[in-house]
Write a protein of this length. Structure first.
Length: 276
């Protein structure tokens, strides 16, 4: 590298770093804001923002046309990932640089990579629904690992989208990590009333239940244009959802097993939905 090129390189590095505001105090308002978004579903909903942490997830979001509103980078991460940061997050409206010790205070992981982005929560509505699509609907699923597993399976099998209601916190940091980015790559429609959402579509609707089912998975073919509802891990579907569905369906089980994990049950049903 010549002396002139060294100067140019140094100037470019200084310019990039100048775009980042340095945060050195734990009392900075951005620290409180990030903590609220990490911990509170209400905070995320009110702000219309969600948090992604880690280079891979942030890059995946950026490559899927999510524009970062804010990017926060630790000093060590800036040194390690400068090229990726410059290439993918330069359009962020706000950029912050902070010491590694301070980044630990806003991280939701044990061993953070030192990069965190805020993105706008996407707004999907009924306009994305296909009249002959196959959808998995989740009511009040609480475990982030289940939400993540369902979204990954849905994407892998070609399910047309997810419908969530009743308190499913799909934009929690743990759900997003468990999904490995799948929650950002398939349509996920949040609604207070899933039946109002699909009103006007000639969908077959199925309630996944443990007992008193009309149908057994594997004994029939799901039609095109169908929605299957999966309920809460402990209590299953509410009677309101069950009563509105056209059919009740169950997964046959051998031995003394009484029920399946919600994520597992959803995966089996989605496999059956996509077989035909």
């Amino acid at each position: 590298m010549t002396e002139d090129s060294s100067v140019v390189f140094l100037f470019s590095v200084v310019k990039i770093m100048a775009d980042f505001l340095r945060i050195t105090s734990k009392d900075n308002p951005i620290i409180k804001e990030i903590s609220s978004l990490q911990k509170s579903a209400k905070g995320r909903k009110d702000a219309g923002l969600f948090v992604l942490e880690g280079l891979r997830l942030c890059l995946d979001a950026a490559l899927n046309e999510y524009k970062p509103e804010v990017v926060i980078v630790s000093e060590n991460a800036y040194d390690r990932y400068q090229k990726e940061i410059e290439s993918n997050f330069s359009s962020a409206l706000k950029k912050y640089l902070m010491p590694d010790s301070l980044f630990l205070k806003i991280s939701d992981t044990v061993s953070p990579q030192g990069i965190l982005c805020l993105f706008k929560i996407p707004e999907f509505d009924g306009s994305v629904i296909k009249k002959d699509g196959r959808y998995i609907a989740l009511e009040n699923i609480q475990d982030p690992s289940n939400l993540g597993a369902v979204s990954r399976t849905a994407e892998a099998l070609g399910i047309d989208g997810m419908i969530v209601c009743g308190g499913c916190d799909i934009y929690s940091p743990k759900s997003l990590r468990a999904s490995m980015g799948a929650l950002l790559r398939i349509p996920v429609i949040e609604t207070d009333d899933p039946f109002e959402l699909i009103d006007g579509y000639d969908f077959a609707t199925y309630a996944a239940v443990v007992s008193d089912a009309d149908l057994t998975v594997g004994s029939f073919d799901f039609t095109k244009g169908s929605v299957v509802f999966i309920g809460n891990e402990a209590n299953g579907l509410t009677n309101n959802i069950i009563d509105k569905c056209s059919k009740k369906v169950t997964i046959p089980m051998a031995g003394k097993a009484e029920s399946l994990n919600a994520g597992v049950a959803a995966s089996i049903i989605m496999w059956e939905m996509c077989k035909c």
